[in-house]
Design a protein around this ligand. Structure first.
Ligand code: 5GP
Ligand code: ZN
Length: 114
C-alpha cells in the first residue's frame, strides 16, 4: 500500500527505531510514547484493521504473540507487566490504518477507559 505509513516503516522507506525485525513482523518504538515502554508491533503485510484479519492471517496473528512476548522480555517489562492493545476503527481512536499492537509498560498503567 503505497500511501500507508506503516508499510513505509515496514519496508524501511520511513525510518524507525527498531526493536525486532524478521520477514513477517517489525517492532519499533512509538514516536509519541504513552509510557516509559511503548512499542508498536506490526505485521509487514498490509491489513487495515482487526476487522480485515482473515482466516489466512490467523496463524500469523497468533505468531505475533510470540513476537510480543520476546519484545516484552527484551524491553524488560515481561515480569513487571504490560498491555498489548489493538485499536480498531473510529471509536477506538485508531489513527493509522495498518494493523498494529501497542505494547505498553514500564509504569503502573491507568484505567483502560476514561
Ligand atoms: P493508533 O491510534 O492508530 O492505535 O496508534 C498509532 C500510533 O502510531 C500512535 O501511538 C502514534 O504515536 C504512532 N505513530 C504515528 N506516526 C508514527 C511514526 O511516523 N513513527 C512512529 N514510530 N510512530 C508513529
Ligand atoms: Zn500498510
Amino acid at each position: 500500500m503505497e500511501n500507508c505509513l506503516f508499510c513505509k516503516i515496514a519496508n524501511g522507506s520511513v525510518p524507525s527505531n527498531k526493536v525486532y525485525e524478521d520477514d513477517t513482523f517489525l517492532v519499533f518504538h512509538d514516536i509519541q510514547p504513552a509510557a516509559p515502554t511503548h512499542v508498536l508491533i506490526i505485521p509487514k503485510k498490509h491489513i487495515a484493521t482487526m476487522n480485515d484479519v482473515g482466516p489466512e492471517d490467523y496463524a500469523m496473528i497468533g505468531e505475533l504473540h510470540r513476537v510480543a512476548q520476546e519484545a516484552a522480555k527484551k524491553l524488560g517489562v515481561a515480569e513487571t507487566g504490560y498491555r498489548l492493545i489493538n485499536n480498531c476503527g473510529p471509536d477506538s481512536g485508531q489513527a493509522v490504518y495498518h494493523i498494529h499492537y501497542h505494547l505498553i509498560g514500564g509504569a503502573k498503567l491507568g484505567a483502560l477507559v476514561q
